[in-house]
Design a protein around this ligand. Sequence first.
Ligand code: DAH
Length: 355
Amino acid sequence: MSDISAVKDKYAAQIDSTNDLRTLDDIRVAALGKKGEIGKMMQGLGKMSIDEKKVMGPALNGLKKDIAAMIEAKKENLENAALDAALASETMDMSLPVGAPAGTLHPVQQVMEEMAVIFSDMGFSVAEGPDIEDDFHNFTALNFPPGHPARDMHDTFFMTAPEGEEKKVLRTHTSPVQIRTMINEKPPIRIIAPGRTYRCDSDQTHTPMFHQVEGLVIDKGIHMGHLKGVLMDFVSAFFETEVDVQFRPHHFPFTEPSAEMDVRYERDGASIKIGEGEKWMEILGCGMVHPNVLRACGVDPEQYQGFAFGMGVDRLAMLKYGMPDLRDMFAGDSRWLAHYGFNPLLQANLATGLS
Ligand code: DAH
C-alpha cells in the first residue's frame, strides 16, 4: 500500500510542476498509458493471493482514478491560462478607423436618407408599403373613381390575374402608403414614405422604375399654413441654402385644394443653381387631404384634417448632385457609381451637414 501512495505522490508532484499541456500528456502516458506504470502494477495482481487482490485491486483502481482526475484538473487550468493569455494579447481596437470601403452608397439612397433625416427632425417617422398594390389602395381609396381618366395618366403596369380576379398593379406612386397608414393607425399621424414606384415610360427624364417620397400629416386643426411651412423648411434644408418657393394651384384627386411647389433656379452654363434666379421649376405635388380619402380610411373629416405631399427622389438627386441623365442612375455602371456614389460610412445628419 505504501507503494501506492508513493506513486500517487510522485505523479502529483510531476503534475503540479508542469506548465505545459505537452508535458502533462507525457505524464499521462507514463502513468496511465497502455504500457504505463499503473498498468504494470495491475499486471502484478495476477501473481497475488485472493486476499491481497481484494485489497490491491480497488486500491490500484483508486490510484488510477485519482491520477486521471489530477491530470484533468491541471489540463483545465492550463487551457484556461492559455485562453486568458490569448485574449490579453489578441485584443482588437474597435475605435481604429477602417480602410476605405469598396462600395458606394447610390445617390438615390443618399438622398432618401437625407430626406429621412430632415423630416425626422420635424417629428415624422418612416412608413412603408408593398410595391405590388391592389386597385383599392393605389386608386379607389385615393378618390380616383372607377374608369376615371386620371387612372390612364399613370401609365400603370398591370399584373396578370386568373379569370374573374382583379389585376394587381405595380404601384404608380407612394400615395397608397397614406391609405395603409390611415387605416392601420390612429391620428395624429406624421409619416414620410420613401420607396420605388413604376410607370410604363422611358426617356431622358423618365424610367419605368423611379423613386418617390410621400408625406402625410393628420391631426386636429391642420391647415395649409402647416403644409407650406413644412415644405419650405424642407427644401432649404435639403438644398442646404435659402430657397425661394411658390405654390401654384393644381389638381390631384386625393387632395383639395391641391398645389404644386416650384423652386427658383437659374442656369449657370451646364449646371443648375437652385434657390435664386428668374425661373421656376416644379419639384413636388401637395395639398389638403380630400375628405373622401379620409372617409375611405375611416377617419372623420369633421374631426381631423391633414396635408399630403409627394415628390420624385431621382429628379431631386439629379438637381442636387448634377447628374445629367436619369437613365444612368439605374444602369449599374460601376464607373458611374464610383463617381457619383457616397461614402457609406458617412451618414447624413443635420449636425455635421447632410452631404
Ligand atoms: N401621387 C402624386 C404623383 O405621383 C404625387 C402627389 C401629389 C402626392 C400630391 C401627394 C400629393 O400626396 O398630395 O404624381
